[in-house]
Design a protein around this ligand. Structure first.
Ligand code: PGA
Length: 249
């Protein structure tokens, strides 16, 4: 079901004390009834975050996972391990994972498969590079990115999938897609989902926008009819900014 969602991707930020302090601040805000909030702390802070947020409306997601369920994968964490501590959502395919850790389509497909098998909710990220946008290839690239990953899955596999369109040129740069660029792409994404599957799925999937969303630009971005929320990096590290974004709907 299509939801309004604001998710905070903390990336490699916030130690134990900082996590505690930020989450306690978030808890003190009144959360609008119709918006889902998710935070994605680092692996080491997931357990503590779940404890602090118990009984609140704020959900917890992991920023990554390995596709395998267990085995000789030094330094990795599986879906089952996340589920075991009560984490039921995971971000997959973030552009930093794709570029810095060379996550290929094949790796992403395997991660999505494993998350679905573990009944986890997936926030699946994708987005074009600046050169693609400059040369007008952005729609084609987005179509390719989805066709080579999520479009390999059946309609029933999409039940717990949330999409996050994040143009790479807007992530952490302070440069954001204009509200019309975001809306235009989100509407295009629904169109290709409808072509691959059907109208119903296209209408019901939540599509978040990510890339330098801040309190001062969020209102215009969230006005887009096909924009169902945001995946927030930098601004999610500050409780006041993050809650201003949550309240922008
Ligand atoms: P940003 O990050 O808001 O700092 O641009 C967004 C993201 O990487 O998800």
């Amino acid at each position: 079901m299509k939801n309004k969602i604001v998710a905070g991707n903390w990336k490699m930020n916030n130690n134990k004390e900082q996590t505690k302090s930020l989450l306690n601040k978030l808890k003190s805000y009144k959360i609008p009834d119709d918006v889902r909030i998710i935070v994605a702390p680092s692996f080491t802070q997931l357990d503590q975050s779940l404890q602090i947020l118990k009984g609140t409306k704020i959900g917890v997601a992991a920023q990554n996972m390995n596709a395998a369920s267990s085995g000789a994968f030094t330094g990795e964490v599986s879906a089952e391990m996340l589920k075991g501590i009560g984490v039921n959502s995971v971000i997959i395919g973030h552009s930093e994972r794709r570029s810095l850790y060379h996550e290929s389509d094949e790796i992403l497909i395997n991660k999505v498969k494993s998350a679905i098998e573990s009944n986890m909710e997936i926030i699946f990220c994708f987005g074009e590079e600046l050169d693609d946008r400059k040369s007008g290839l952005h729609f084609e690239i987005i179509n390719k990115q989805l066709s080579s990953t999520l479009f390999n899955f059946s309609e029933s596999d999409w039940k717990k999938i949330i999409l996050a369109y994040e143009p790479v040129w807007a992530i952490g740069t302070g440069e954001t897609a204009s509200p019309s660029q975001a809306q235009e792409m989100h509407s295009y994404i629904r169109k290709i989902i409808s072509n691959r599957y059907n109208d119903n799925l296209a209408k019901n999937v939540s599509i978040l926008y990510g890339g330098s969303v801040k309190p001062n630009n969020v209102e215009e971005i969230f006005k887009g009819l096909d924009v169902d929320g945001g995946l927030i990096g930098g601004a999610s590290l500050n409780a006041e900014d993050f809650m201003a974004i949550v309240n922008a709907f």
